[in-house]
Design a protein around this ligand. Structure first.
Ligand code: HEM
Length: 716
């Protein structure tokens, strides 16, 4: 019988599994691609030294430029081609390097090498993004945040391409282009940028009940996280983990931020569009530069195959989550983001994630949304990154060696040696062979799921319930969160020009989530909502659970002042001792003290000491801070109270529910600004020690929630 070399074990050469398992390996693999121009001569791309980088070659000093100027042509030519298409969705993003460290328990669920032993580190690259806006849009728009992680494992790359919300707008990939066309800026005038508050979005979702659950999430404060370190991440779909025995279990992936969860206030988020459109990416960048790293735990909800049908929803339906009360989240590892990219374009822009990038031990479910995604990412990246060789771009390269018979195409970097690029062949020895899955370090094997079915274009009845989990989410919110959701629907629909679209959302969608929600939003629009659900029973669904604590942002508030930014307002005449004492206290708790003054000129303290400001009042306005302390000192307090910007600072901080403390004469600023001085969340005292603990406790709760109903009256 003829030899079939492609079934032979790969025993005639070294296996491609040599790999350093420490978290620095991605760095090492990138090293030959990094370029530091410092100390080098300026040369053309062909290596020729450049004598004059200021003047083009001309016929005479004032004469026409000569076509012969190959140096000018190369420079302009390269510049002209600098831009590549931005991502069709998730165009705006920011990323960081780091590592993932497995816990001891991870190996029992998956044979993937990154989980094989407790303490094992794998390099990662994580990109956070907004979905709707273009690359130059704002960070703090109301939108879903992408949370995409590339694990550079010794067995190849695994991408966990998730979002900061655990469900999605649709059940079937066939509806993704419709949804994106509806939410993106409208095609005739490209307005609005980065927002869902417009006719086409609300037209679509009000005609598309399966989106109701996810739309509710995006109307919650989750849609504008305070910091990437304060948001959860979710794989959304059910995936499979396969253990060493070949047992398959369904899993949902969760990232739990160790710094707790919290978000901005909508008014604050909008003001940040102008004050600091880079708010989230700047905060991540600065924190990492300062050694204040971002940390998350990776958790899984595990569902045995036998339990696939035990829920009152279908686990293949991406508009449903599995309540944590029903299946608790088991932590299996920790991720630390500790290094900024060297180059935004080379790394953050060119990185190509795909849910289809998996390694042995991780597999897909039949979720029809996930199945569509498996095609879409690779397809779009062929266009975005100019052809099929984007896996060779340093940020996308696996850290393990990889060889196959794929060849050529635009921008090929590898210089493949040898004559035969096919297999089997009898010309070149030692060509790459497949590795049977059963071997140690074996090849990828898809779980042997038995499928016996008709080919149909249809939706399972088990996908019919569109509202029960939206109700579950609504019931799980605190009163403050509910008020914010009502305000969000009210605001968004106020931007919809067509009355019939507003009416449809209020009369035909919202009552099925909750009649009270519909009534309140309706009232704000002068539309009478039905006082009972209107959808057919099947669509309304039934949840075996009334509420789930984990669905409220308040369930995981930071609880302490670590990582928080606190403005200390000061002017000439400030009490310098207080400034020192405040800075020491804040630093002790891991918070950042920022001295904010009327201008950038040094401030002269009451004892004659010169104090250097960190920022001025309108340079780092209150929306960029988590809390405000007005320092004492007669002259300082008077100057701040006399300043419109000083008064605005504390008014705005009050409106955004921030903890405010005033020491000694600092109280004068609050009085001049009309900020109430005798209520929860406002701390007055002569000495730092008198106010600090209560102030810090309030800051640990992120905001002074009891102020929520009053704060809107503040004019700021
Ligand atoms: C059928 C449904 C979906 C389709 C067709 C789809 C398609 C796409 C496409 C074409 C991109 C741009 C990729 C690139 O240019 O590199 C993208 C990016 C992204 N998608 Fe999806 N998507 C879908 C659903 C989802 C879901 C459910 C999630 C979350 C679980 C998600 C998370 C992301 C993230 C995080 C990115 C940005 C990745 C990055 O940072 O580069 N997508 N998606």
């Amino acid at each position: 019988m003829a030899k079939t070399p492609y079934t032979e074990p790969n025993d005639d050469g070294p296996h491609d599994t040599e790999f350093k398992t420490d978290a620095g390996s991605k760095d090492q693999s990138l090293e030959s691609h990094r370029s530091d121009a410092r100390g080098h001569d300026l040369r053309t791309n062909q290596g020729v030294r450049i004598a004059d980088n200021h003047n083009s070659l001309k016929a005479g000093e004032r004469g026409p430029t000569l076509m012969e100027d190959f140096i000018l042509r190369e420079k302009l030519n390269h510049f002209d081609h600098e831009r590549i298409p931005e991502r069709i969705v998730h165009a705006r993003g920011a990323a960081a390097h780091g590592y993932f460290e497995a816990y001891d328990n991870a190996a029992q669920y998956s044979k993937a090498a990154l989980f094989s032993e407790g303490g094992k580190q794998t390099p990662v690259f994580v990109r956070f993004s907004t979905v709707q806006g273009g690359r130059g849009s704002n960070d703090t728009v109301r939108d879903v945040r992408g949370f995409a992680t590339k694990f550079y494992t010794e067995e190849g790359n695994w991408d966990l391409v998730g979002n900061d919300m655990p469900v999605f707008f649709m059940q079937d990939a066939a509806k993704f282009p419709d949804f994106v066309h509806a939410v993106k800026p409208e095609p005739h005038n490209e307005i609005p940028q980065g927002q869902s508050a417009h006719d086409t979005f609300w037209d679509f979702v009000s005609l598309f009940p399966e989106s109701a659950h996810m739309v509710l999430w995006t109307m919650s404060d989750r849609a504008f996280p305070r910091h990437y370190r304060n948001m959860e991440g979710f794989g959304v779909h059910s995936f499979r983990l396969i253990d060493r025995q070949g047992t398959s279990r369904f899993v949902k992936f969760h990232w739990k931020p160790l710094a707790g969860t919290c978000s901005l206030i909508w008014d604050e988020a909008q003001k940040l569009w102008g004050r600091d459109p880079d708010f989230n990416r700047r905060a991540m960048w600065d924190d990492i530069e300062n050694g204040d790293f971002l940390e998350y735990e990776l958790g899984i909800q595990v569902v045995e195959e036998a339990d696939e049908h035990k829920f009152d929803f279908d686990i293949l339906d991406a508009t449903k989550l599995i309540p944590e009360e029903q299946v608790p989240v088991t932590p299996i590892g920790k991720m630390v983001l500790n290094r900024n990219p060297d180059n935004y374009f080379a790394e953050t822009e060119q990185v190509a994630f795909s849910p289809g990038h998996v390694v042995p031990g991780i597999d897909f479910s039949n979720d029809p949304l996930l199945q569509g995604r498996l095609f879409s990412y690779l397809d779009t990246q062929m266009l975005r990154l100019s052809g099929p060789n984007f896996h060779e771009i340093p940020i996308n390269r696996p850290v393990c060696p990889f060889h196959n018979n794929q060849r050529d195409a635009p921008h090929r970097q590898t210089i493949n040696k040898g004559q035969a690029s096919y297999e089997p062949n009898s010309i070149d020895d030692g060509w790459p062979r497949q590795t049977p899955a059963a071997e140690e370090n074996g090849g990828y094997e898809t779980h042997h799921e038995r499928i016996d079915a008709h080919k149909v274009r249809a939706r399972s009845d088990s996908f019919g319930d569109h509202y029960s989990q939206a109700r579950l989410f609504w019931n799980s919110q605190t009163e403050v969160e509910k008020e914010h959701i009502i305000a969000a629907y009210t605001f968004e629909l106020s931007k919809v020009a067509r009355p019939y679209i507003r009416e449809r959302q209020i009369k035909e969608i919202l009552p099925n989530i909750d009649p009270e929600l519909a009534r309140r939003v309706g009232e704000n629009h002068g539309i009478e909502a039905p006082n009972a659900p209107t959808a057919p029973e099947g669509e309304l669904g039934k949840s075996s659970q009334e509420s789930s604590e984990a669905l409220s942002l308040m369930a995981r508030l930071p609880g302490n002042i670590k990582h928080r930014k606190v403005a200390i307002l000061a002017a000439d005449g400030v009490d310098a001792k207080q400034l020192d004492a405040l800075a020491a206290k804040l630093e002790e708790g891991g918070a950042q003290a920022v001295i904010v003054t009327p201008s950038m000129a040094p401030v002269t303290a009451s004892n004659g000491q010169s104090v250097l400001p960190d920022a001025m009042l309108n340079g780092l306005p209150s929306v960029t801070m988590d809390a405000v302390i007005v320092a004492g000192g007669d002259g300082s307090a008077t100057r701040l109270a006399d300043s419109g910007q000083g008064r605005y600072y504390v008014q705005e901080a009050y409106k955004h529910l921030k903890a405010i403390a005033a020491l000694g004469e600092g109280k004068r600023l609050l009085e001049a600004a009309g900020v109430p001085t005798e209520e929860e969340g406002i701390y007055l005292g002569e000495m730092v020690e008198e106010v600090f603990d209560a102030f810090a406790k309030a800051l640990g709760q992120h905001r002074v929630w009891s102020r929520d109903s009053r704060a809107n009256d503040m004019p700021a």
